[in-house]
Every structure is written in structure tokens, then in C-alpha cells.
Design a protein around this ligand. Sequence first.
Ligand code: ADP
Length: 306
Amino acid sequence: DVVVVGSCMTDLVSQAPRLPKAGETIHGHKFFIGFGGKGANQCIQAARLGAKTAMVCKVGKDFFGDNYIQNFKDNGVYTDFVGQTSDSATGAASIIVNSAGENAIVIVAGANMLLGIEELHKALSAISHAKVLVCQLEISPQTSLDALRMARENKVKTVFNPAPAVPDLDPDFYRVSDVFCCNESEAELLTGFSVANVEEAHRAGQELLKRGCGSVIVTLGPQGCMVLKAQESTPKHVPATAVTAVDTTGAGDSFIGALAFYMAHYPTMPLEEMACRANQVAAVSVQAAGTQTSYPFKKDLPVKLF
Ligand code: ADP
């Protein structure tokens, strides 16, 4: 149902009283390894809701790569299009968190940048038979664009998440996006407008819509999201579920994974209804620590969401 062409990252997280200075070694009190990468996060959230999913990505021929493939399998994701290369290590994010919750992060995209047209061709039959294709920008932008075009040529619905955002996004990305889904800071960077509330998200969303996407969703954290459709003049604000947030890391990916699930399973459902349900899925994800560790399964959610 859902094919994600995107990134895999291993998060190496150390908690310490403070961030070390250059040349300094300090003692931390906790270390853990987490599964991340926007593409993989979105794929795993869609899979946990019950979508048949395939991931198209590249990892290293190393421990982290093997471990990630096992993580996909454990979540029921089809892994035949997960390539392993000896030319680069699995993407990794080294994260240090201090006692104030501030962090310093080094991301090495590694093998993610080696995903290219060759892997897309290998996955062509899966892509062309999918209901929804999802892409982001943590891999080579050309590969994302090629994947979106390939989906479009096969009448597969596309979801594009321009994250991490770049100021000079190739304008073709708008034209190949059925749903263009970004958060506040991405909307700001792409439009040059300030985006901090519903009105501003409306204005930025209209600007993005003008660039050629079918629909635009701007997510607004605890304010939910704004949904704009090319064929309708009235945009809709869809409020978030009121919850006490513990850790919002990966909330946007939970939202997009859920959206892809609804697009694949309920193709005639209005987009604002899908967004409303995706808000509810993402609201569950912010109530627990971690990224994928906080993503709900179908069994954890009310039946009215299905
Ligand atoms: P990102 O993780 O990309 O910064 P957002 O912060 O906009 O994205 O969050 C994505 C979605 O997650 C929101 O649209 C909303 O549905 C949900 N969400 C995020 N933060 C909260 C929160 N504090 N309370 C309830 N829902 C939230």
C-alpha cells in the first residue's frame, strides 16, 4: 500500500550533565541507541497502523545496517529494497543531551546519500503498484524527485515532506506532490513568511499551493494543522488533541506515516478527516519518550480511527 523512499539513521544518544567543550572528555550517565531517520520513521508508523509497507533505502554493510533491517522486519516492513553498501556507513546521528534538555547533534547521512536511480528501478514494480509513495529530503534530492516522478507516471498518490528544508527547493517538487506536508519552520524557510499561528500557516500554505501542489498541510505542533486544497478556496484548521507532551521528537513523522496509511486505506476520505485522525495518532506519539518507541500500534488506538 505504502512505499517510502527515504532515510534510515541510527541515533546514538548520550545524556550528560552538560555538553563537552572542544578537546574535553566528560562522563555521562545514560546511553541508548534509537532508530530514526525521517523516511524510516514514517514507514514504521504507517506499518504499525496496519499498512502494507515497503522501504526503499540504503544502509551500510555494518552492525547498524543489519540492526536496522531487523527493526524493519520486526515492524512488518518489506525489506527487499533496503540496499546494503560497503562504500559508506549506515547513517548516524550522534546526540548529546544536557540536563536542561538542550542538545548538540552531528548527523552523518552516510549510506543514505548513495541511494539513487538504480535502487528506484529495482523497486519500480513496488512503486508502480503502491497506493501512496512518501519522500523527504534526508537523501539525495534528485533521488526523491525521481521517485516522486516515477510514482506520478504510474498514477500513484504522492506525499512529499520537504524536511530538512532547504531554501532553494527545486520547483518541480511542488508539481509532483499530491500532498505537500511541512511543519512551521519548513513553511517559513520555503516561503520567507513567518509561520507561528493558524493565520500565518494559512498564508504560507496558500503560497505553497500556488506553486503547484495538489494539497498542502502545514503542521503546527500543539495547534494541529492547516489543510489547503487546490480545488477548494476554504482552508481548514484541524486542531490537535489536547495532551501533555513528554517528548515531541518525531511527531511530524508519526503524523505523515499516519496520513500515508489513511490515504492508502481510505482513498475517498476527505483530506481534513485524514489530517484529523493523523493528529490523533501523532498526539499519542508525543506522550512517550523517544522517536519510534513512542509510535502507537493499531491496537493502542481507539477503533473509531479505523
Ligand atoms: P515536527 O515534529 O515536524 O516539528 P509538529 O511539531 O508540527 O511537527 O507536529 C506534528 C503533529 O504532531 C502536529 O500536527 C500534531 O498533530 C502533533 N503534535 C505535536 N506536538 C503536539 C502536542 N504538544 N500536543 C498534541 N499534538 C501534538
